[in-house]
Design a protein around this ligand. Structure first.
Ligand SMILES: Cc1cc2nc3c(=O)[nH]c(=O)nc-3n(C[C@H](O)[C@H](O)[C@H](O)COP(=O)(O)O)c2cc1C
Length: 187
């Protein structure tokens, strides 16, 4: 098995890609190698995924669930499932959407159920919720208050160069860092 953490993501309009890049940066800052894989090119990377120490899944929330692009990847992975090829590999997830909630939790639940079907081991976000008291602020890490994975919010009238905000990128980085550190301990 390589020393690499893979980040497999879909992004229709670039906003979730920005978060995927932040997650990847967090992996690297924890001195691990990272491979950023768009679901559009996943067919060139099944061997890389088999070798990775952990896989972090990322999707925008579309219609309250993972995007069709990401679901396509999930369904293609049924060949891996049949052989339980990712059994005991670490997994984590992140999502991004237009609303503060927007039913993002459902997307992370889908990813964690998917990971369970693949007999993977789920790594949670590991951050206390921010922006939930009189002293809190929207600049806080984990401002959306997620536990299962990293959540980001992108304003629907702005491009990926303007939104999501830095605090969501920093939160995403910490998911990547936690995955890399957990993988180092686990292996
Ligand atoms: C088809 C579609 C469905 C969407 N459904 C939701 C939704 O259920 N909840 C939400 O908060 N935002 C929703 N949005 C907004 C996107 O999640 C948001 O624009 C996000 O930043 C898009 O990420 P992307 O640029 O990586 O595709 C939807 C957008 C599209 C295009």
């Amino acid at each position: 098995m390589s020393n690499t953490i893979a980040v497999v993501y879909h992004s229709g309009y670039g906003h979730t890609k920005v978060i995927a890049e932040a997650v990847a940066q967090g992996v690297e800052e924890a001195n691990a190698q990272v491979q950023l894989i768009s679901v559009d090119e996943v067919d060139n990377h099944w061997d890389d995924l088999a070798q990775a120490k952990g896989i972090i899944f990322g999707s925008p929330t579309y219609m309250g669930s993972v995007s069709a692009g990401f679901k396509g990847f999930m369904d293609k992975s049924s060949k891996v499932w049949a052989e339980q090829g990712w059994k005991d590999k670490l997994a984590a997830g992140f999502t991004n959407s237009g609303s503060q909630s927007g039913d993002k939790l459902n997307t992370l639940i889908q990813m964690s159920v998917f990971a369970a079907q693949q007999s993977m081991i789920w790594v949670s976000l590991g951050l206390m919720p921010g922006n939930n008291s009189s002293k809190g602020s929207p600049e806080d890490l984990n401002r959306i208050g997620s536990y299962l994975g990293a959540m980001a919010q992108s304003n629907t009238d702005q491009g990926a160069d303007e939104t999501p905000p830095n605090t969501d990128k920093e939160t995403a980085k910490l998911l990547g860092k936690r995955m890399a550190e957990t993988a180092a301990r686990f292996h």
